[in-house]
Design a protein around this ligand. Structure first.
Ligand SMILES: [Zn+2]
Length: 72
């Protein structure tokens, strides 16, 4: 059986290029987003549900547990 998920050995040294999750088309190195682009997702999420309070509620409903804000 062929394992399609395991990269061939010659490709192992280079981390696979992955597109920035914001959709800008950039390739962040070792991260999900280009520097500063995580804010775009944050803004889009808050805008999508209307407010940060709504986002917290959506997350709590989805996960079934309260969002705890810890201040160290
Ligand atoms: Zn981006």
């Amino acid at each position: 059986m062929t394992n399609y998920l395991t990269p061939k050995s010659k490709y192992r040294r280079k981390p696979k290029l992955k597109l920035c999750d914001c959709g800008c088309g950039g390739y962040p190195r070792g991260a999900d987003f280009m520097p500063g682009h995580d804010v775009r997702i944050y803004s889009a999420l808050v805008g999508h549900v209307g407010s940060l309070r709504n986002l917290k509620e959506v997350v709590e409903r989805y996960t079934g547990k309260p969002v705890n804000m810890k201040y160290d």
